[in-house]
Structure formats: C-alpha cells, structure tokens
Design a protein around this ligand. Structure first.
Ligand SMILES: [Zn+2]
Ligand SMILES: [Zn+2]
Length: 270
C-alpha cells in the first residue's frame, strides 16, 4: 500500500490548471497519509521554447499556501513541501541559492532542457540519430549530478524516450549503459535516489519511468532510495498506475520505497 504520491503539479505550475485543493482532495480520496506538491521551478527556461510559459514558481506564495493547507488539513493528511527543480549544470550557483533559501521537505531534480531545448519538441532530434539525441539527454543528467548535489531524487530519468521519433520502439539499454553506470553510481554515492514516475504509463511508453533495465542497474549498483509519483497535472491522474508499481519494484528486488521529510528519506515497506 503506497501512502503518498510524491510527484504532483497544480495551478502553481505553468502547465497545470488544477487547483491545489482538487489535488489534495484526491489524496484524501485515495487514503493517502501524506500530500506532496512538487510544482515546477525551471530557472533559465527559454520562453520561446514553451510558447511563452516561464516555468518559474512564485515560491513565497506557493509555500505560504501550502502552510495554510498544512494547518487546515492537520489530523486528516500531512502536507509536505516539495518542488520539481529543473537542473542544468551551467546554472548550479542559481540552483544552490534557491535550495538554500527555502525549507522544502523534498526536491525532485529533473532534466527538462538540454542546451536550452526541451526534448519535447521535434527540433531536438533534427539532423542526428535517435540514439545520439537520447545519449545527449542522458549525458546531460550525468553532468548535472556531478555539478549539483542539493536534490533528493532524480526525476523521470528517461523522459526523452517519451518524445523521440520512435519513442521506445528501438530501445536497447546497451546503447546507453555506459552513461547510466556513471550517473547512477554518482547518485548512489551522494546518498540520493531516483523516482518511479508513472507518467510513462499514460504518456505513451506503456511502463513507468525509468525503464526496468535502468531500475535493475540501479539495484545492482546498490541503489536503495526510490520515491513513487504520478506526475499528475490533473486530478484524474493522481496516483495513476500505482497498483502496478508495487509489483514492478518487487520484481526488481526492492523491498522499500521512500518518502521525504526535511530532506531526509523515510523508508516504507512495499
Ligand atoms: Zn518533469
Ligand atoms: Zn513533474
């Protein structure tokens, strides 16, 4: 029984219109014990890359709202403070300034941009092979985890595969294993984790992020910290596919998943 959806968006994100309370009510309906909102904060997101959306979070207002809700819902569900922070190695100073300023419980570090381009858009794949485009995305994650250390888990590690010309039809882990070995070793050595993100299920992959090949390598390298999130931007996708996640984790040999408080992992049995 999974008692928290650790990756959720609301109207505080540029790409969601869901009222925070609508997401919170979903959490109550699903008998969750904790509510984590992880709205987007992407520093230096070029507006032209997202139809004018900025993806900057009004963090003071956001935390103020969450504090109100924490008090209002006390005794029914525990509200914790999360954020999904867009990572890029060249903005490390700005990222540290941000994470040191705010009292988050949980920070998902994610890659939404490579060289200022969101792999969501076809231009990212132009003029090169799909493998080259995917490798560049994974290499940027490796660069990020070596440059920045103030995140808790890395989000949707194979996000790029959702948008490639053939998506996962030609997925072969061998094409990327060298990069994953490097980045997963760094994540583990730094005491960080990764997430199971079930958006892969409802966004065309047919399985949650990351692919089981990546999960298995993480396990073999000694990785233990895994959070679980739906990445829902609407109430309907709250806890999407969570019934399949427990079986997936068990089949890879994991016996625990994690939730975070004050930036520290708490281990819960699957
Ligand atoms: Zn994301
Ligand atoms: Zn997200």
């Amino acid at each position: 029984m999974i008692i928290a959806d650790c990756h959720l968006h609301s109207e505080f994100s540029s790409d969601s219109e869901a009222p925070v309370t609508a997401m919170l009510e979903q959490a109550l309906m699903h008998n969750m014990k904790y509510f984590y909102l992880t709205d987007h904060h992407d520093i230096d997101f070029p507006p032209e890359a997202a139809n004018g959306l900025t993806f900057l979070l009004d963090t003071d207002k956001y935390l103020e709202r969450l504090k109100e809700l924490k008090e209002h819902y006390a005794g029914r569900i525990e509200v914790r403070y999360g954020v999904e922070l867009g990572l890029m190695s060249h903005i490390t100073d700005k990222l540290y300034a941000y994470t040191e300023k705010y009292p988050f419980d949980f920070i998902i570090g994610s890659s939404h941009l490579v060289r200022g381009i969101d792999p969501y858009y076809p231009e990212y794949y132009e003029g090169r092979s799909e493998i080259e485009a995917y490798r560049e995305y994974f290499q940027s994650i490796d660069d990020n985890v070596h440059a920045f250390h103030d995140y808790d888990v890395y989000g949707h590690l194979d996000y790029v595969v959702r948008y490639g010309p053939t998506k996962n039809a030609n997925w072969n882990f061998k094409d990327y294993a060298d990069i994953f070995e490097s980045l997963l070793k760094k994540i583990i050595a730094d005491g960080k984790g990764i997430e199971i993100n079930t958006a892969g299920l409802y966004k065309g992959l047919g399985y949650p992020h990351p692919h089981k090949d990546i999960l298995m390598m993480y396990k073999e390298l000694g990785g233990e910290i895994i959070t679980i999130g739906s990445d829902a931007h609407t109430p309907e996708n709250f806890a999407y596919g969570f019934d399949t996640v427990e079986a997936l984790l068990s089949s890879c040999g994991f016996r625990y998943y994690c939730i975070y408080k004050d930036r520290k992992p708490e281990y819960l049995p699957i």
